[in-house]
Ligand binder design. Structure first.
Ligand code: NAD
Length: 381
């Protein structure tokens, strides 16, 4: 069978779903690989590098849709991209089925099987395919680099002949995958890093990354945030008030805020309010990784960098992984080739879509003319 990757059409998307390295591994699974010309250019992979890896480079995306049995891409497909596929073919990409009901129905009606990389169950066995985590890791790192690029000072403290420089103080709100990556990057750069999360169990992880856990003196349960399956649930009004009061206290001393707080299925909670921005020193930076879901900061504008009246930079980019397209593509393409390995048990280039496999079942959102999401709960944890 053949697997092909196309050039992403979205302006803010520089990643690609197949790299020369992943293509070599896919060929070891028995697949012939195809790529649209220029598909890897924005991520630093030339047509020549694909050719050297044994990939056929074709001129038009339509040829990929016509020739490939499996199409790998990054962003959810455009309607005409699904139209280009014939029944029985498999599409692997981020799909966000809950937000893309129309696309999902189109794929179902067309008889296209869809594997949504954002629906891979977050269980240990599936970590190698967990593209949400690999991309959140890149986003957390890049958020700190972006902050550093907009902060006119060092992160690390220095004593030099030209004067003493205090270390930057960084606050990370939300310590999931992206938040922990941001903590690791900020501490590695020498900042004093604080981190807050409603899930008290992350305190140990925060501290192991070299940051200080911002603890709330709250008499309710735990750190106040109810949680299901490792995810946060909305906080009680009393807890929220305590949390905001703590942030107000910190706002005057913090130089950089990285916000990553999300609650599944909801808009991002507003946690860094206008008065907190107003209390920050001029030159401070806020990077809001929740911008796509409305933002954790009240001043965030999605896909923009703004400067507040008091000189605080607020960054709301929604394409952090794409801003590190070489690294993101390498990790994402590896996630995909691991998915393909599980779909190719005999390593003979023949895709076996085993819906009894929890991971494959969980990620499959359309199969043989039926919508197959949400999936039943996984049997294996
Ligand atoms: P996420 O993107 O859903 O949320 C980011 C963080 O924001 C979470 O830590 C959440 O607790 C926090 N948050 C929500 N509301 C907040 C508030 N009001 N104030 C402060 N923080 C708030 O999280 P994620 O990165 O997708 O990770 C979610 C969970 O999944 C974690 O427990 C993580 O360890 C787990 N996980 C498991 C696997 C695996 O086992 N394969 C893989 C990835 C993640």
């Amino acid at each position: 069978m053949r697997i092909g990757a196309v050039r992403e059409r979205h302006d803010l998307e520089a990643r690609v779903g197949m790299t020369p390295d992943s293509a070599i591994q896919l060929q070891k699974l028995g697949y012939a690989c195809l790529i649209e010309t220029g598909a890897g250019m924005r991520a630093g992979f030339t047509d020549e590098s694909y050719l050297a890896a044994g990939v056929s480079v074709v001129a038009e995306s339509q040829e990929i849709y016509a020739q490939a049995d499996v199409v790998a891409k990054v962003r959810p497909p455009l309607p005409n991209e699904i139209e280009g596929l014939t029944p029985g073919k498999t599409l692997i990409s981020f799909f966000h089925p809950a937000q893309n009901g129309g696309l999902l129905e189109q794929a179902r009606a067309k008889g296209v099987n869809v594997i949504a990389m954002d629906m891979v169950p977050r269980i240990s066995r599936a970590q190698k395919m967990d593209a949400l985590s690999s991309m959140a890791n890149v986003a957390g790192y890049r958020a700190v680099i972006e902050a550093g690029n907009n902060f006119g000072r060092f992160f690390t403290g220095q004593v030099t002949a030209a004067g003493k420089v205090p270390p930057a103080k960084v606050l990370v709100i939300g310590a999931g995958v992206a938040g922990l990556a941001a903590i690791g990057t900020a501490t590695a750069l020498g900042a004093i890093t604080y981190a807050f999360d409603v899930r008290p169990e992350v305190a140990e992880q925060i501290e192991s990354m070299g940051a200080e856990f911002v603890f709330l003196d709250f008499k309710g349960e735990g750190q106040g945030g109810a949680a299901t399956g490792g995810y946060a649930a909305p906080s009680s009004p009393e807890f929220r008030e305590k949390q905001l009061a703590k942030f107000r206290e910190l706002a005057q001393q913090i130089d950089i805020v990285i916000t990553t707080a999300l609650i599944p299925g909801r808009d991002a909670p507003k946690l860094w309010l206008s008065d907190m921005v107003a209390a920050m020193k001029p030159g401070s930076v806020i990077v809001d990784l929740a911008a796509e879901r409305g933002g954790n900061c009240e001043l965030t504008v999605a896909d923009q960098k703004i400067i507040s009246d008091n000189g605080v930079t607020v960054i709301g980019y929604t394409d952090f992984p794409s801003r590190m397209a070489a690294q993101s593509s390498a990790l994402y393409a590896t996630n995909i080739r691991h998915m393909m390995a599980d779909l190719t048990p005999a390593r003979d280039g023949k895709l076996v879509h085993n819906m009894e496999d929890d991971v494959i079942r969980g990620a499959t959102v359309a199969f043989e003319g039926a919508i197959t999401c949400p999936p039943p709960p996984p049997k294996v944890q």
